[in-house]
Design a protein around this ligand. Sequence first.
Ligand code: SAM
Ligand code: SF4
Length: 344
Amino acid sequence: MTAASTTESGALAPLVDPFGRTVNYLRVSVTDRCDLRCVYCMAEDMTFLPKAEVLTLEELDRVCTAFVRLGTRKLRLTGGEPLVRKGIGELIGSLGRHVKSGALDELTLTTNGTMLTKYAGLLSESGVRRINVSMDTLDPHKFQAITRWGSLPKVLAGLDAAREAGLQVKINAVALKGVNDDEFHRMVEWCGEKGFDLTFIEVMPMGEIGDSARLDQYLPLSLVRAELRKRWTLDEIDYRTGGPARYVRVRETGHRIGFITPLTHNFCESCNRVRLTCTGTLYMCLGQEDAADLRAPMRMSDDDELLVQAVREAITRKPKGHDFIIDRRNSGPAVPRHMSVTGG
Ligand code: SAM
Ligand code: SF4
């Protein structure tokens, strides 16, 4: 893969939305495909996008580079599962140039960890310093049930590879009532032993997921926090990663725990991010349907003028906040697209 060299240079005026928020964090879903089928994320028989609709690696590189010129300081690759995208190693290697040049503060990814034994070394060499690995349980049988067929030992081997490669790891665990709520203390302890931070995520009402009723899975993180307090001393800290998580430090382990509570806590006022799907659709808010197509302007010409114009126009439409609600009257998806389309 060759980098889009014609569009490489020259910082442009930063992206500021109508509410004065500087948009400097881009999350890019590089594929909607995945090697797992987590019950809260996908139906078992997902229909994936035709490959022709998905941005090529060159286009992904080009659009990311345009965002870097527009002031993006943090780039997160996600999916679907980013590491199942063919050629992902080359894309990450190529995007690493923006970290090396100092244009990006951070290049990172969110992964299910199944391919980390293969990719941990490459990630580290490409300038990736931290990764988020999603793992909701330490029980292999439960892991298989949640992911429908995943292998926990494979992910654990991947986590070891990540540590050996010098990557900092944060574990993401979706809090699921009646599924992993008996394991939270053990997970805090385990992450403490391994040197990992841990973030709990509330289930979000996104996409039709088939048989599992979302209302039954929903567990407010206020309850998780209250449970953790029974055993651990949670010190409030200021730490922010540019994302919506609020963090505490566990005095006993020295490690952080984050809480992502999109439903019970409104974090929109400090939102600095936008999300790009693998087909080149830019969502200005995770919880709203409004979006802008960047693929057409990108494909219309070799220089980035139309693309940059489309991005700027989209940012003028970034909404003030989102409308997620799960309650008894409204237990269907607030947003019909799956998390694997926009990336978590
Ligand atoms: N496949 C990668 C992974 O699992 O980390 C990256 C994509 S995944 C969509 C990103 C994150 O979204 C994961 O941490 C996953 O647990 C979370 N997620 C997926 N569906 C969700 C939902 N309905 N509510 C809350 N979190 C969800
Ligand atoms: Fe795949 Fe990640 Fe969704 Fe699980 S959460 S099905 S690993 S995209």
